[in-house]
Design a binder for this molecule. Structure first.
Ligand code: SF4
Length: 316
């Protein structure tokens, strides 16, 4: 038996767990390649027009994999934390894919409530029962997969750079080099280190979100707001780049919240969709990097006349 795992959406977050789990149950695992132009084009062709870029890309990965596996993992993330909601695209992803992609193999699509270990085990027992009748073996594979996941965190937290930028945004925009056009590599080439939101502890995120009059009920909004404000207030980065998918409602709210809370802290929003050109992104990254360097040279973020230097860049 071969299980296919598409490299779309939250793949970078759960792939170690999923691959370890299915391999421990004796299956082969095949993944789609890293996102590329072919995958993007397939996704655009096999997805509804008004979906965001990450959802289209996920469709492209499914299209690439569907004839190369006996079962296809289609993670139906319902909730990652109590009383916090995920974007409806996640809950309805399975139905979207089913209605847009023909010739799918059987799907592993049990709902995932990753609220605690017990709820996640429910998913493992349901999904694992396709490949084994032995509940003990499934529970053992689950423990092994959890252990492997703990050993492979997805955090980026560069040390040894004089300047560091906080990369804010969904994991599928930050950790997919095709979507963000090698942003991390480009920043490193400019001598700028990168810190991602995963480096901020849950306690710090909670402290920052409690300051809001009404904490956002979207799980992702809460994570990015709390992490960005914590990085800013603790002076752990010199500025932010928010990589956002065009038409994402969650992002448009959280970007505003972060901007209001961090005042004049350097902040740039890179909006990406299937038409975004790399040259324009490069120009903006270079301008932002130069501006950060000028701020350091101008003695603690102030210009010669004592005023704060302009540091916001508009939305691309
Ligand atoms: S949160 Fe935004 S980017 Fe992510 S799937 Fe939903 S609409 Fe798309």
């Amino acid at each position: 038996m071969t299980v296919g795992i598409p490299k779309g959406l939250l793949y970078s977050k759960y792939h170690v767990f999923a691959e370890s789990f299915f391999r421990a149950l004796g299956t082969n695992v095949v993944t789609s390649p890293d996102t590329n132009k072919v995958i993007l084009n397939e996704g655009v062709q096999h997805c509804v027009d008004d979906a965001c870029l990450p959802i289209k890309i996920h469709h492209g990965h499914v299209q690439w994999l569907k004839d190369k596996c006996d079962y296809l993992l289609m993670p139906r993330f319902m909730s990652l934390e109590k009383r916090k909601s995920l974007c409806p695209m996640f809950c309805g992803l399975v139905e979207m894919v089913k209605s847009s992609v023909d010739g799918l193999p059987p799907l592993i699509d049990s709902p995932i409530y990753s609220l605690d270990k017990k709820r996640l085990l429910e998913w493992a027992l349901l999904s694992g029962s396709i490949f084994s009748r032995d509940k003990k073996a499934i529970a053992h594979a689950f423990e092994y997969a959890l252990d492997m996941q703990r050993r492979h965190p997805t955090v980026l937290n560069d040390e040894g750079y004089t300047q560091r930028i906080g990369l804010i945004g969904h994991a599928y925009n930050i950790h997919d080099a095709f979507v963000n056009m090698n942003l991390v590599k480009k920043l490193h080439a400019m001598g700028i280190g990168v810190v991602t939101t995963e480096s901020v502890s849950r306690i710090d995120i909670d402290i920052q979100t409690r300051r809001l009059y009404k904490p956002p009920f979207w799980y992702f909004a809460r994570e990015y707001f709390g992490a960005a404000v914590s990085l800013c207030k603790n002076r752990l980065v010199d500025g932010f780049i928010f990589v956002s998918a065009f038409s994402c409602g969650v992002d448009s709210v959280v970007i505003e919240l972060i901007m209001q809370e961090t005042d004049s802290f350097p902040f740039m929003v890179l909006k990406v969709d299937e038409h975004t050109g790399e040259a324009a992104i490069d120009t903006r990254i270079e301008a932002f990097g130069d501006m950060l360097k000028r701020r350091v040279q101008n003695d603690n973020h102030c210009s010669a006349d004592g005023k704060h230097m302009p540091c916001r860049q508009g939305v691309f």
